[in-house]
Design a protein around this ligand. Structure first.
Ligand SMILES: C[S@@+](CC[C@H](N)C(=O)[O-])C[C@H]1O[C@@H](n2cnc3c(N)ncnc32)[C@H](O)[C@@H]1O
Length: 213
């Protein structure tokens, strides 16, 4: 299912056919590597937002990984597409898609790493299933990740972080590099997202971990 709402953005995105997937994305399951110049490990960001993270990662790992950014809101993804073009990155592709249906756009084992950055916390208990780290999502990620694949997870929300650690553990996954203060953790090469920049500037700690499948 394609998520298209604002006609001007839909039109504008057609000018980014080298960066933004123009169809639903479902036709690409098992074929993502064909969109890139080199065959490299596939890293996928869930909820890319305005693209600061994926563009930074694309620059930092030009020869090391191919990146796909998934974002539901076209107008937000448009900002990301502009950044990818400005930096002339050939290892970043973007798609307007609903993560709930992620099994429709990737083949089993096609992904090497997932990034979940500052996803919506859905604080009400009755919405817990919507959190991208809920066990129902972990089941989907397990199908799509290579054995040995990972999730790199960051959030400013302590309740969501603790909920997520519990979900990972309940699902039998090993969690490493857990920090409750990323800025002061000595982690090298961190690329900040838009939300992270905002929260960090307010002095809020950032929680981070790596989850091993
Ligand atoms: C809180 S923002 C964080 C954006 C970015 N990752 C950052 O850290 O700056 C969450 C983003 O995820 C997107 N998003 C939320 N649910 C989604 C879904 N089901 N499918 C695709 N994108 C989604 C939102 O549109 C929004 O841009």
């Amino acid at each position: 299912m394609r998520l298209r709402k604002k006609p001007w953005v839909a039109e504008a995105l057609t000018g980014f056919s080298d960066i933004v997937v123009q169809n639903s994305g479902e036709e690409l399951a098992g074929k993502w590597q064909g969109l890139f110049k080199k065959n490299l490990p596939l890293h996928v960001e869930l909820g890319t937002g305005k693209g600061r993270f994926i563009v930074g990662m694309g620059e930092q790992h030009r020869e090391l990984a191919n990146f796909v950014g998934i974002e539901a809101k076209e107008e937000v993804l448009y900002a990301a597409a502009q950044k990818v073009r400005e930096q002339e990155l050939t290892n970043v592709q973007l798609v307007v898609f609903d993560i709930n249906n992620i099994l429709n756009i990737f083949a089993p084992g096609e992904i090497d790493r997932l990034y979940i950055n500052f996803c919506d916390p859905w604080p009400k208990n009755r919405h817990a299933k919507r959190r991208l780290t809920h066990i129902e999502f972990l089941k989907k990620y397990r199908l799509l990740l290579q054995p040995g694949g990972q999730i790199w997870f960051k959030t400013d929300n302590r309740e969501l972080f603790e909920f997520s650690l519990e979900q990972f553990s309940e699902f039998g996954l090993t969690v490493t590099k857990v920090t409750y203060d990323l800025l002061h953790s000595g982690f090298d090469g961190n690329i900040m997202t838009e939300y992270e920049t905002k929260f960090s500037s307010l002095g809020q700690p950032i929680y981070r971990c790596e989850v091993n499948f």
